[in-house]
Design a protein around this ligand. Structure first.
Ligand code: UTP
Length: 303
């Protein structure tokens, strides 16, 4: 069995999708740059990687995505103006994203699917296990999902995916895992995967969410994976091959996440993320909560 338990130090963030669910906002702006309160969604994702000890970040980008690179680069003009004004607080905010991690970028060319985006990372990643964080999936900063996943990978080797229990009526929106229990309440052994199944055919209500720790054997498998649902090369299809044949890159485990997660590429979930994170902010929270309470009671009276 070829499976690596080397320390994980690299994170790959696919952010080359077209973001069509968020048109027209995403016509010229990447959806990953949409602000969640006052920070672009992508900055939360990079912060999450860094908090899990992964400070080498490769972002997969594409056309219209230059602002992603600019956001993690310096803006000397802005910094000079804030410095001259003595506005240290805003200067710190402008510099925060620059100093976070060592950033690398590669362009995907045609967005041929998530599997294809991950394959673009092969030359940078090499032969070590690595993490994948979807650029439009936001995990609440207080829920250390990725750290738990890297711990599970160190214990079992192979690959680890993040799963979340969803209502069976919405499983058709996700990749879905067939799973067997392990000795750990939050860890399952994944025995099969299927992309966006109908509720009647779904092997469970465990949905795949946007965090993965992958054995590098995945690259070879993706390269041989034919386009699947939607004509895209799906990471789920490659992982299905690995889950059913542990001689390729070791076993696949799942961490069942019970914390807070938002799909910022989905309009309603994006709004929920903003409200929740704004309520919890020390600077904005008290006033915003008071306004929200008044707004909700007004709404209830008028219905
Ligand atoms: P999504 O399917 O949510 O992204 O992919 P999308 O295609 O941009 O979304 P819609 O449905 O058109 O609104 C999940 C993640 O994978 C990335 C996306 O950027 C997103 O972070 N992705 C997807 C790529 O990097 N390349 C692709 O070819 C597809």
């Amino acid at each position: 069995m070829t499976t690596s338990r080397a320390r994980i130090s690299k994170a790959v963030i696919p952010a080359a999708g077209l973001g069509t669910r968020f048109l027209p906002a995403t016509k010229a702006t990447p959806k990953e740059m949409l602000p969640v309160v006052d920070k672009p969604a992508i900055q939360y994702v990079v912060e999450e990687a860094v908090n899990a000890g992964l400070s080498d970040v490769l972002m997969i980008t594409g056309r219209n995505k230059r602002s992603l690179e600019d956001h993690f680069d310096r803006n000397y003009e802005l910094e000079q103006i804030l410095h001259a004004k003595g506005d240290d607080d805003r200067l710190r905010k402008a510099q925060e994203s620059t100093d976070l991690a060592t950033m690398h970028y590669v362009r995907q060319g045609d967005p041929k699917g998530l599997g294809h985006a991950v394959l673009c990372a092969a030359p940078h990643v090499g032969d070590q296990p690595f993490a994948v964080l979807l650029g439009d999936d936001l995990i609440d900063p207080r829920d250390a999902l990725l750290t738990r996943m890297t711990d599970v990978q160190q214990e079992h080797g192979g690959s680890v995916i993040a799963l979340m229990e969803v209502d069976p009526s919405s499983i058709h929106l996700y990749g879905c895992a067939a799973a067997a229990p392990t000795g750990d309440d939050d860890v399952v052994r994944v025995t099969g995967l299927v992309e966006k199944p109908d509720a009647a055919d779904a092997p469970s209500n465990l949905a795949i969410i946007g965090r993965y720790v992958l054995d590098p054997a995945v690259f070879e498998v993706i390269a041989k994976t034919e386009p699947g649902r939607g004509g895209e090369i799906q990471i789920t299809d490659a992982l299905q091959t690995m889950a059913t044949d542990p001689s390729i890159g070791g076993p696949v485990h799942g961490v069942v996440f019970r914390g807070r997660r938002y799909d910022t590429g989905d309009r309603a979930d994006y709004l929920r993320a903003i409200v929740r994170l704004a309520c919890e902010r020390e600077d904005l929270g008290p006033d915003f909560r008071a306004w929200l309470r008044a707004y909700v009671s007004e709404e209830m009276q008028s219905r």
